[in-house]
Design a protein around this ligand. Structure first.
Ligand SMILES: *Cc1c(COP(=O)(O)O)cnc(C)c1O
Length: 225
């Protein structure tokens, strides 16, 4: 089967040009996919991979060490896993509470350079979802910025899968507003992570700078996640 990667990259470019926006970065979401699937995509030039489960991710990092890939944690993070994550990941996109900021900062090895951090926002205020409220973003951002071992890069969201395009769009627009406000407050804010396989074109239209795509790149996941 032909790899979907070139087509996805072309779709990202088209969506960005149509919207008059910069072409976003692609994060390949490899949760539940075997290391060989990651290696196959890496052989085509993909460098950044997103994982949800810490133990699963560590095993893949170990297996693929020689490839020198960039790893993003995009799943919920329990504080007791902060040390492993701060040691092995390049980015954490799911920072949503002060306790986690402190734990990641404390455990980031000095030899690795700052850990890139995105604050996860529960933009549709869903009880089932992780993420801070929009009102909590400024204080959490200040906490990240105060830690020399962390580097605040922006925001991440997983909006509710509304059936109506207008409601999905509205969540992306609100995220863009929060992102612009954050960038006005702090330097080095360059990453707005939103958009997945089913809605990345809409997210890019509203200013996503990084999209997280799993199913459209790897096919259906081997087990539900
Ligand atoms: C699984 C996952 C994705 C990718 O979803 P697809 O619909 O397979 O593209 C993106 N972001 C997060 C946070 C995820 O957990």
């Amino acid at each position: 089967m032909a790899s979907p990667l070139p087509q996805i990259l072309s779709n990202l470019t088209t969506a960005a040009h149509t919207a008059g926006r910069p072409v976003p970065a692609l994060l390949a979401v490899s949760k539940t996919q075997p290391a060989q699937a990651v290696a196959a995509l890496a052989a085509q030039g993909q460098r950044a991979f997103g994982e949800n489960y810490v133990q699963e991710a560590l095993a893949k990092m170990q297996a693929l060490q020689a490839l020198d890939l960039e790893w993003h944690l995009i799943g919920h993070l329990q504080s007791n896993k902060a040390e492993s994550v701060a040691t092995h990941f390049d980015w954490v996109q799911s920072v949503d509470r002060p306790k986690l900021v402190a734990a990641l900062a404390r455990h980031r090895p000095a030899t690795r350079g700052p850990l890139n951090v995105l604050i996860q926002v529960n933009i549709d205020d869903e009880g089932s979802k992780h993420g801070c409220t929009p009102a909590q973003v400024p204080a959490l951002a200040a906490a990240v910025v105060a830690e020399p071992s962390l580097r605040l890069r922006g925001l991440m969201a997983i909006p509710a899968p509304w059936p109506e395009a207008s409601r999905r769009r509205e969540a992306f627009v609100r995220m863009r507003g929060l992102f612009d406000a954050l960038a006005a407050q702090h330097s080095g804010i360059d990453t707005l992570s939103m958009g997945m396989s089913s809605d990345y074109a809409e997210a890019i239209a509203e200013g996503a700078t990084l999209v997280r795509i799993g199913t459209a790149l790897f096919g259906a996941r081997p087990r539900p996640a």
